[in-house]
Design a protein around this ligand. Sequence first.
Ligand code: LLP
Length: 426
Amino acid sequence: MKEMEKMSNFIFAGCDTVELAKKYKTPLYVMSEDYIIDRCAEIKKDFLEKYPKTMAVYASKAFLTKEMARIIKREGLGMDVVSGGELYTAIEVDFPMDQIIFHGNNKTIEELEMAIENDVGRIVVDNIDEIQIVDNIAKKYNKKAHILFRISPGLDIQTHKYIQTGQVDSKFGIPLTEKTIEMAIKKALSMENLELLGFHFHIGSQLLENDNHIKAIRIMTRLMKDVKDKYGFITKELNTGGGYGIHYTEDEKRKSISYFTDAIMEEVEKNCQEYGLERPLIIIEPGRWIVGEAGITLYTIGAIKEIPGIRTYVSIDGGMPDNPRPSLYQAKYEAVVANKINEEATEVVTIAGKCCESADILIWDLKVPEVERGDILAVLSTGAYNYSMSSNYNRLPRPAVVMIRDGKDRLIVKRETYEDLLRNDI
Ligand code: LLP
């Protein structure tokens, strides 16, 4: 009987998810280290080793804990950080600082000081103002700051408008107008404590096709030619951002890294040849692609409310505080009832979170077997931008995070307690 029960449970990364739910309670984030290692290996083999003069950094905003930073460090990728907090996490695990790229459209003076004092490899300057600020701080510490300019390439792309970032009307990056570029380049080249290495762009997230990266490369290589012709500036580095999509639902399929990077490299090589430019170091910054499918979230089903002829709401013990993406972006997820994995899906239900908020619906119209209170729901592909965007809304403690390697589970972030919620209350 025990074997039978086991057989019908959902196995993730070699672990019985129902057992994990029992051991650690729910809601619970479960991450597969094997999956993360596989993605890093793919990047190394099909990008870093295939092409000389390349660099890959993990966009840590997707999911960051000390253990995640250790894994990325061990796997040999660099890391993109966008805040003092992300940088602090990297510092705390002795992450090689020259492999850090520091982003942000409004880095504070304190954050920039922290970055420069700790010798981060590159600071991506997001606006003209920041050039002088970074130079001043570098001067204060008697250092030379290596910078890239984030350029907003002026592309409107097909993804949810909240995760588009490369369009003209964007808070990110230096706009691609001749006057602005001229001002930025001249200013940076005149600063004693700055070394301008090149340019960065990031056009958006959850992109399933490579055409937008190619379009952006055309724009950026053209810019490289212009700044060489006009100001004699040679671009040493071109950072092409992240944005590679993953599998959330049936019609979204994750593509190989080479689907994106081969296209990027081919386009860069072609344009550099045409323009008589030496090919710069090419950087990629995938976040979601490395961790998105590595994670699932386990919940316990509680209240079930059937409105005859209309809808059945199945409520879980988490929701928008641990996964704000459905309410923010209308993001879609797949899920399974972990303890009934082999049972036929005969019902269509709506998975509701437990917050006092009508928008707290995790999944509309999910096909499930007959469900009852106490069943375990596993929501898939929650590894990116779930834990990192989680909140304590309604004073719900954040779930624990468990990492799995070779079928063995270990706790990497403890579940928050009520005491944790009050820690800073005065
Ligand atoms: N590089 C830069 C400069 C970025 O701004 C981002 C993401 C990335 C790399 C990594 O993008 P990825 O490879 O993960 O797509 N919270 C949203 C996603 C926001 C992405 C912001 N920037 C979501 O949950 O969909």
